[in-house]
Design a protein around this ligand. Structure first.
Ligand code: ANZ
Ligand code: ZN
Length: 827
């Protein structure tokens, strides 16, 4: 064994050996229990930095741990290669996105290998490969057959200068970022996926996802936004139409003094009296402009117009005015609202501005009745007044009664609304999956689109003259490629045009995890038997920014795949881990634009992959944000050097055959090693890699000064070194393998099995602590005799008897009396 620790040499050696031995191939351990561990696949951008790396490292540590523990692990990697950034870069420098993407992939992959990441590269997938996106097209057609893909008209931001729809992010203060033209809102046909058909299932399913962060589940619940209420019909006076409103406060219906519809509500076309048409239309147009110009987070001042139309109140028969106003959105509920100014803030404000009547119909259940005229809306539940037969009822009871009466009378009934919208997947872009549709005027005069036959898939992206086609202006790029556009109709064989839109890349990421099971299959996206073996994904790791879109889309996709019989489980992932952010040394999120990145390549060259890995794991538990620090990486280099030194100075004992007895210091060494092994294993199980590393550091500090004086001590130290190598292996695998080999191992640590601590050596003294909260005895906890304040506190805070006394309180101070007591001072 060399005296000097030389990371560059040993890291290259082991990376080569793992690859040669195919040690990360899934399916290598036929018959063993399986684990599927996955990180969100990257969009391969320029250079990989340590912010990206953290995600992969967490997956890598878990993979290595599970392999060592005997599992057959699937741990694949691939590339979310299509999409806007590559296309925008291509517009700038006139290079084909495929070229740049291939280059980036090559670089990313090299850097991943240099970090020693444990991927099964035989399953690599690339969404820009026609053999992969073929299956996105296949799903598109299958979903269309199931009525889940449809053509709709949706509002888009339309730039009259560029003659194209642009994304919200490209609108700056109402102007097109590129051309400076005033952006309009337009209704454009697009392809959409009927995800809302699954809103309820997506919501219900969250209850079963107990191993997902509560934060993510909450975000998904809000995104789906289920609202239970009632629909009520207001008959339009002297006309056949009725206005349907959705309300969560049917109990306030007797206080409704006007009805408001969204400015672009289609019913306005028929119900507005002729003399008001021009004014109402002008208002709608003005509102559309303002909506387009509005920033995302901005709230517009409430504006409305009396349309001149009237409706009949379904309960009182009163005649009420119909207004159009910008605070009612067309794509929620029914796009129309019964307004109750006395009990809704928005309606109150609006009524004040436009002088509409305010009628109190709910009184507080207790205390003084409301003083009139109201100075603000009373929005709480209460007791009904001035509400005909419902007067005196409580709000909750009245809601049911009123919805029930509406149902009986045929003018409404209980109903549910969801905030979630269908998913528009059309993009006017080149670098995406072509939508497999053709238009034939003869067979499809309505222009609904004819599905490309399955045997003609994939519809491939055509080669292009980048400078001519990717200009960033005008119609969709593919429309400028006649060889692509002009085709023959699959039905009549006559001339037809191809769809020139491409798919949102979230389509690719909705099912890619299943493609890894069977990446080379040319008949199906993947085989059922493989899905049965590997799905759902056991552990999925990625950033919290994907809480809603991606993670909802791929849950939805999996539900449909299950219905199609492609897999057994409706949910894609059992356990979700959101990794925290890696900040630069300046405390800002590591990113090229802040100039604070630590490049993966440079860091590996300078310190070695093991040191970089150790730092990332030691800096904090996976969900917490961490700050990059070169000094601390250097600290990790020194830690690894100390491990090396420990191994080196005891190397002569590696071949020693000594069976015992172990007493005195030898016993102490063994106890320390086995206890650390036990705790490190437990820490890994809790994903507490940082404390695991800290415990190994303590062990090294304890062992390094010991100079063995007899065979018992020598044997104990050699055993401790071996255990240490096994323990550190998930985090710093190269140095671990090298030491293990130097100590006589013939196989990789990954194939040696995870060592079991000797129970006899774990028996340790325990100590009881009395736990008080504000000086009152609330319980007792038992901890290891050497536990410090932090450990006692952790155990106490988790204790079932004590926790209730701390919940919802702020801990002001903690009094710690070693070996006896802990007192939480809370308020
Ligand atoms: C009458 C009423 C009286 C309402 C009252 C509230 C308080 P959530 O919980 O978000 O579902 N609303 C319905 N559709 C709307 C739309 N398209 N645009 C804007 N507002 C809309 O909220 C439902 C409530 O939001 C509904 O209940 C309706 O106003 C309004 F004292 O109806 B309510
Ligand atoms: Zn045809």
């Amino acid at each position: 064994m060399n005296e000097r620790y030389d990371p560059a040499a040993i890291e290259a050696k082991w990376q080569e050996r793992w690859e040669r031995e195919g040690i990360f191939r899934a399916g290598r351990r036929e018959g063993s229990p399986r684990k599927y561990i996955l990180e969100m696949f990257p969009y391969p951008s320029g250079d990989m930095h340590m912010g990206h790396v953290r995600n992969y490292l967490i997956g890598d540590v878990l993979t290595r741990l599970h392999i060592a523990r005997g599992y057959d692990v699937l741990h694949p990697m691939g590339w979310d290669a299509l999409g806007l950034p590559a296309e925008n870069a291509a517009i700038k420098d006139k290079r084909h996105p495929a070229e740049r993407t291939a280059e980036n992939i090559r670089r990313f992959k090299e850097e991943m290998k240099r970090l020693g990441l444990s991927y099964d590269w035989t399953r690599e997938i690339d969404t820009s490969d026609p053999q992969t996106y073929k299956w996105s097209q296949w799903f598109f057609l299958k979903f269309r057959e199931r009525g889940l893909v449809y053509r709709r008209k949706a509002h888009v931001n339309w730039c009259p200068g560029c003659k194209t729809a642009i994304a919200n992010e490209q609108v700056k203060d109402g102007l097109c970022e590129r051309s400076g033209d005033v952006v309009e809102r337009r209704l454009m046909p697009e392809w959409a996926i009927r995800i809302t058909k699954y809103s309820e299932r997506l919501l219900q399913g969250l209850d079963q996802l107990t191993e997902w962060p509560e934060e993510v589940r909450k975000k998904q619940r809000n995104w789906i936004g289920k609202s239970e209420g009632a629909t009520l019909f207001f008959q339009v006076k002297d006309r056949p139409e009725r206005i349907e409103v959705f309300t969560t406060r049917a109990d306030t219906v007797f206080g409704c003094t006007y009805v408001v519809v969204a400015p672009d509500h289609p019913i306005l076309e028929s119900i507005v009296p002729p003399e008001r048409r021009d004014a109402v239309e002008a208002f709608a147009l003005d509102q559309a402009r303002k909506a387009a110009r509005k920033r995302h987070d901005e709230e517009l001042p409430k504006e409305g117009i009396d349309t001149g139309a009237k409706v009949i109140h379904p309960f009182t028969g009163e005649i009420l005015p119909v207004w159009a106003a910008n605070f009612v959105v067309s794509d929620y509920g029914t796009g129309a609202v019964m307004c109750v100014p006395a009990h809704d803030e928005r309606d109150f404000e609006f009524a004040q501005v436009y002088g509409l009547p305010i009628r109190v119909v709910i009184q507080p259940a207790e205390g003084e009745p409301l003083a009139e005229p109201l100075s603000a809306a009373f929005t709480e539940d209460g007791v009904l007044t001035a509400s005909g037969p419902y007067t005196g009822m409580r709000s909750a009871e009245a809601r049911e009664a009123i919805a029930g009466a509406a149902k009986e009378g045929g003018f409404g009934g209980p109903s549910v609304s969801y905030r979630q919208r269908d998913w528009g997947i059309s993009r006017q872009r080149y670098w995406g999956t072509p939508i497999p549709i053709v238009y034939c005027e003869r067979c499809d005069p309505e222009g609904e689109g004819i599905s490309v036959p399955y045997e003609d898939l994939p519809v491939e992206l055509p080669p292009i003259d980048v400078a001519k086609v990717l200009t960033g202006t005008g119609e969709p790029p593919l429309a400028k490629v006649p060889e692509f556009v002009n085709t023959t109709c699959p039905r009549c064989g006559g001339p037809a045009r191809r769809e020139v839109e491409t798919m949102d890349t979230f389509v690719d990421s909705s099912w890619y995890f299943a493609r890894y099971l069977d990446p080379h299959n040319e008949e199906l996206p993947f085989r059922r038997e493989l899905a049965d073996q590997w799905l759902p994904v056991d552990i999925y790791i990625g950033g919290p920014e994907h809480s809603t879109m991606h993670l909802l889309y791929f849950r939805f996709w999996t539900m449909v795949m299950q219905e199609m019989g492609l897999c057994a489980e409706p949910e894609p992932v059992r356990r979700l881990i959101n990794q925290g952010i890696v900040n630069g040394p300046d405390g800002r999120k590591m990113s090229k634009r802040w100039g604070n990145v630590a490049g993966a390549r440079e860091i590996c060259e300078k310190y070695g992959a093991d040191a970089a890995r150790t730092f990332v794991m030691f800096a904090g538990p996976p969900e917490k944000d961490i700050d990059w620090s070169n000094e601390k990486v250097e600290g990790c280099v020194r830690f690894l050097q100390r491990i090396w030194k420990l191994a080196h100075q005891n190397h002569a004992s590696a071949a020693l055959k000594y069976e015992g007895p172990f007493e005195g210091r030898a016993l102490e060494i063994r106890r320390a090693a086995h206890r650390t092994l036990k705790r490190v294993g437990d820490d890994y199980d809790r994903l507490s890699m940082n404390t695991a590393v800290a415990r190994m550091m303590e062990l090294v500090n304890f062992l390094l000064p010991i100079e063995a004086e007899n065979d018992a001590e020598r044997a104990a130290l050699a055993e401790a070194v071996r255990l240490l190598a096994a323990m550190i292996a998930p985090v710093a695998p190269h140095i671990a393998e090298e030491i293990s080999e130097a100590y006589g191992a013939e196989r990789s640590l990954l194939d040696q099995g995870w060592p079991t601590p000797d129970p006899a050596l774990l028996v340790e003294e325990r100590r009881r602590y009395v736990i008080q909260v504000n000086g009152k005895l609330r319980g007792e906890v038992e901890v290891p005799a050497d536990a410090g304040e932090a450990e006692v506190r952790e155990v106490a805070e988790r204790d079932d008897k004590i926790r209730p006394h701390l919940e919802g309180k702020t801990i002001r101070k903690v009094v710690f009396v070693p070996n006896r007591l802990m007192n939480f001072v809370v308020s």
